[in-house]
Design a binder for this molecule. Sequence first.
Ligand SMILES: Cc1cc2nc3c(=O)[nH]c(=O)nc-3n(C[C@H](O)[C@H](O)[C@H](O)COP(=O)(O)O)c2cc1C
Length: 192
Amino acid sequence: MRKYKIAVLVGSLRKESLNMKMAKELIAFAPELLNGEILSIGDLPLYNQDLESSVPESWRRFREQLRGSDGLLFVTPEYNRSVPGVLKNAIDVGSRPYGDSSWDGKPAAIVSVSPGAIGGFGANHHLRQSLVFVNVPVMPQPEAYIGDADEMFDENGHLKNDSTRDFMKQFLSAFSEWLQMHVRSSDEVAVH
Ligand SMILES: Cc1cc2nc3c(=O)[nH]c(=O)nc-3n(C[C@H](O)[C@H](O)[C@H](O)COP(=O)(O)O)c2cc1C
């Protein structure tokens, strides 16, 4: 069966990250069709165009991972009403060299997770703004602003609440449809 390879980008480096827990749950819940893999972004040197003449190994690896994926799933906290620097840096690294962005045309979905009440709305929408520029079609609905997340996971990192679990499954099923509508056939990657 053809599966779609999904690059999962998590905007937190914290060991006990709520967003990382959510990303792992999403990978576990993903419909048969989706195969999610979390990409490392914490080792990408801060973007500096001078480095393009001798590209750091981690930049090269990251760009290749993006190119080899069919779609993108972002799971991010909100920092000061915007996207954490580590995730913005990853977007910048993937977007260059000029004219050769690794993001181009990859269908995506965004989940923002916060202990706060508004569920990372600011980060979610700032992220959409950057993704428009790098030509990533982001699923408009359903939106996923997951608030009050500090009480949401059990000691094994699993979602405690049936209604949140059901919502995330519906979200993934919608993403699976979005992906099939927007994936470019030349980008499709068979997973065996
Ligand atoms: C620098 C910084 C800025 C933050 N700004 C916000 C914010 O604007 N909105 C919000 O809901 N939470 C904010 N928080 C709290 C984070 O939502 C919280 O630390 C969350 O657990 C981070 O996600 P993680 O658990 O995946 O690391 C901020 C945290 C840090 C460290």
